[in-house]
Design a protein around this ligand. Sequence first.
Ligand code: TXA
Ligand code: MG
Length: 345
Amino acid sequence: MPRATAASPTPEVADAVRCLRAGGLVAFPTETVYGLGANARDPRAVARIFAAKGRPADHPLIVHVAEAAQIRDWAAEVPALAWQLAEAFWPGPLTLILRRRPEVPDAVTGGLDTVALRVPAHPLAQALLSAFGDGVAAPSANRYGRVSPTCAAHVHEELGTAVDRLLDGGPCAVGIESTIVDLSQGSLRLLRPGAVTAAQLADALGQPLDASTSAPATRAPGSDASHYAPAARVLLASTDTAEALVRQRLAQGERVGLLASAAPPGLPETVHCLTLPESDDGQARELYARLREADHRDLTTVVAVLPPATGLGLALADRLRRAAGLGQSFDAPPDSSALELSDGP
Ligand code: TXA
Ligand code: MG
């Protein structure tokens, strides 16, 4: 296979770049989930993203760039904290919210005075972004409120012909969306837990995150109570309560799935096991595929066993709570709730 570099993109990448320049929509893999991309400088192209997703137009998008130096093209102020985090985690599953430059289209920022920026690590995303040479605005490539796609077939299932080009980079290695931190207020606030954990952030910054402040309140589509949701009703359980809940729902005539890494012994055969790996990174990788499987099997209820809300488990619990229509999980343990870090004097 030809190697994709900025100097010599593969024909497929070169074609996708032409499509972006012409105002088209290109779905592409990132290490987290697939994105639905458009030229972030072109408000008409960006408007097509919202139309394809059925997403409210005032919800802001993440601008993806090939390398950290490009954030100067989008952010008016880049605090030292941002460079520190970029150095530690980019390319990778971290999104930074910074104050925006005035020329960033409102279509991208939802009219906010900030912009979300990310340098994804997936080689095909890197090839696309470096050949394009500028920012690509991209939300997850699913219909609004639905489960994010973690392989090309999911994108096709979600958006079909609304996508002009679909770059297939195989299954996503991380499987859940990036961690989002807001640096626009002079301190660090965790807006969305993701693959980069609070402990990793604190480690990179050399100081603990301060959990003393209240829950994040930024209006964001990812903060909607019902998000990342399959058609089935999702009920949250612990290892101890799952079996009773499953039996109760079966008795009510529901088609029930159990989303867990291990099924309790003696579970009725009529239960559909949506089995997840043991490790938390394995669970992140497969979570959305299992939720999709629930829909393919026409399940009416999914009983999901919540992982401990620490480390990557915090992001997993967050997505499960949203799938259950319960909104954010920031009422979880104090050391993982709203996290703040001063940017220093
Ligand atoms: O992993 C990811 O982040 C994926 C891949 C494709 O990069 N993208 C993704 O995009 O999850 P989306 O649009 O599904 O979620 C982005 C989140 C939304 O909750 C959005 O509101 C928030 O980022 N966001 C974007 N710009 C923002 C801003 N200026 N202030 C606060 N939140 C913002
Ligand atoms: Mg999304």
